[in-house]
Design a protein around this ligand. Sequence first.
Ligand SMILES: Nc1ncnc2c1ncn2[C@@H]1O[C@H](COP(=O)(O)OP(=O)(O)OP(=O)(O)O)[C@@H](O)[C@H]1O
Ligand SMILES: O=C(O)[C@H](O)COP(=O)(O)O
Length: 396
Amino acid sequence: MKTINDFNFKEKKALVRVDFNVPQSADLKVTDNTRIQAVKPTIEKILNDGGSVILLSHLGRPKGKFCEEFSMKNLIPEIEEVFGKTVKFCEDCMSEDAQKMTNDLKDGEILLLENVRFYEQEENGDVEFAKKLASYADAFVNDAFGTAHREHASTAVIAQFFPSTKFFGLLMAKELEAIDKVLKNGEKPVLAILGGSKVSSKITIIENMLPAIDHLLIGGGMAFTFIKALGGEVGNSIVEEDKLGLALEILEKAKRLNVDVHLPVDVIMADEFNNDADTKEVDIYDIEPGWMGLDAGTKSRLLFNDVVMKCRTILWNGPIGVFEMPNFAAGTISLGDSIAEATKLGAFSLVGGGDSVAFVKKFGYEDKVSYVSTGGGAMLESLEGKELPGVKAINQ
Ligand SMILES: Nc1ncnc2c1ncn2[C@@H]1O[C@H](COP(=O)(O)OP(=O)(O)OP(=O)(O)O)[C@@H](O)[C@H]1O
Ligand SMILES: O=C(O)[C@H](O)COP(=O)(O)O
């Protein structure tokens, strides 16, 4: 893997594609700066070498047009705070101004360009647009893991204009190493925990991961499709009726590959999808008509803890209960505790995917697991076994 550590940036301008697609409050303040913090080592390495940095990112989905809400300008105070440095700003990516400001940039300086998605050429993967962006710099650094699954002008197309000076940033390298640690060279036993609402969104991940893992733990809403397929009564729990056959096929395939599958054995069921609903704890095969399973039961939590504690490599994607409602968060918290404990004892744990990352941050497990991915879709597509366009473009 060719990273920025293979190059000395002294007196060089680096165009660094980052993913600063961060959440903002109604008054446009950054509410979670993880993605900005995450690229700090890359920026520091380039500046410490004696080079300069041109930062390029998207924010939101502005569909090719300027809009105040998604201006990179809103992020400047947060970026300056995190980097501890002044950041210059150019109000677009293409004008003579952009040309001049990038040209005049001095070693040790950082220049932020306006949202690259204010131009429709970005998402269209326009070659001329990419070429113009490329003309601003001596080297291209891709550190936008969160956007690496998009084949856009500034994430993939641009790389061809830097045949010998294109590099992975340090965040990108860390993300790819974490995935490899699970899918390719994980210390055994390897466990994949898949939760969330739907089997259909995780099928490709399960199929891709089966040959690499020893244990598969299926929890959350998606477990009910498996339980129903196995003959259980699931009441009003979330079920994908058209995936019952597929669920059985997955169980068969896991058996052939010697993967132990762990499903919940009991459940907290509720009489409505509401935090204040009436609840009962029952065997997962015996959910009453009109009731729905919203969290893992006591026995399931103990069972999951046993599985987690005996594994050395753990991938976690998807909550195992409706954690957004406090009365149904305990199962996911218990699983978080188990993973934190296993990590403390030396296991490698990787958390990825939108909702599980939200959970980990909300409940304070961020520093108790080995790695929390900055990518939602990009992480899921990596687990599906796809080579991401942003990664391919640097490797080519
Ligand atoms: N038993 C359940 N019944 C219904 N919904 C559930 C249940 N258990 C978990 N969920 C819901 O599943 C949702 C997460 O599902 P999703 O498939 O989006 O997970 P994810 O993989 O973490 O996220 P993403 O796919 O965005 O990366 C959460 O909002 C949670 O409330
Ligand atoms: O937040 C993300 O997942 C990335 O920034 C990609 O954003 P997109 O889904 O709008 O391409």
